[in-house]
Design a protein around this ligand. Structure first.
Ligand code: FMN
Length: 142
């Protein structure tokens, strides 16, 4: 029997002060290596000083991965927006997709941020999840 799937969405404040591209590359490389082994998939978005990330996979794997992520000094104010069982993976082909550079995503994400006054507790995790999912679909179809 395969383990039940869960989905976690969080946001955090980006504390990277220099060499942002190198740091993002490093985060993605480590994430993809670890997540593949742990059967975690997901997407990471970086924009206007914030990260948003979706993690999906077995409960234990999400928990262990997220505990490591929370301790990372490259971000702070890590706030869980959604953690719930899920029927299937939305990012099944991605150990960690990066969708930080797509204009449409940045615009939609920016609106969510502005609407909420960048107050994480006022942000709807489901909306963040949908923005990341839609933009991945657009990226895949290019
Ligand atoms: C915004 C952000 C997202 C991250 N996402 C992941 C992730 O999905 N998986 C992961 O293993 N590490 C992720 N990391 C890195 C972890 O915080 C940590 O540095 C890493 O897991 C340590 O791995 P290691 O023990 O193999 O060096 C992320 C870090 C940041 C700042």
């Amino acid at each position: 029997m395969t383990a039940a799937l869960y989905r976690l969405v969080y946001m955090s404040r980006n504390d990277i002060t220099d060499e942002i591209d190198t740091q993002i590359d490093d985060i993605l490389e480590t994430s993809r290596e670890n997540n593949r082994l742990a059967e975690v998939t997901g997407a990471l978005m970086f924009n206007t000083g914030c990260f948003a990330q979706v993690l999906e996979g077995p409960h234990n794997a999400i928990q262990t991965t997220f505990e490591r992520i929370q301790c990372d000094e490259r971000h702070s104010d890590v706030t869980v927006l959604l953690f719930e069982p899920s029927d299937k993976r939305a990012f099944s082909n991605w150990a960690m997709a990066y969708i930080g550079t797509q204009t449409a995503c940045i615009e939609r994400f920016g609106n969510i941020g502005t609407d909420s006054g960048f107050e994480f507790s006022a942000i709807d995790g489901e909306r963040i999840y949908e923005v990341l999912r839609e933009n991945l679909r657009e990226a895949e179809s290019v």
